[in-house]
Design a protein around this ligand. Structure first.
Ligand code: ZN
Ligand code: ZN
Length: 84
């Protein structure tokens, strides 16, 4: 059971509410007075968030291949690199 609206959360006002970590990827807010979980959240594996970070620090423009993502400020176009 978790709290999903005003009424279910208000029940725990003044209770012994604590935020607890379970393992590497789970954090739970629980009420130790009622022994119920109020909110629980899991962290998703890094593989799933990687595509966003793969975009690098910015984007560059190649006359042949168009826009590409930069790993460093002076990164060459990766497609041009492949053709060497
Ligand atoms: Zn409570
Ligand atoms: Zn290129």
């Amino acid at each position: 059971m978790s709290c999903y609206n005003y009424e279910t959360l208000e029940e725990h006002v003044g209770h012994d509410v604590q935020c607890v970590r379970y393992g590497e990827d789970n954090v739970t807010v629980e009420c130790h007075t009622c022994h119920v979980v109020i909110v629980t959240h899991e962290r998703f594996p890094e593989e799933e968030v990687e595509p966003r970070s793969r975009k690098g620090i910015g984007s560059g423009e190649c006359g042949t291949h168009g826009e590409y993502f930069l790993d460093a400020h002076d990164s060459p176009c990766p497609s041009c690199e492949d053709e060497r």
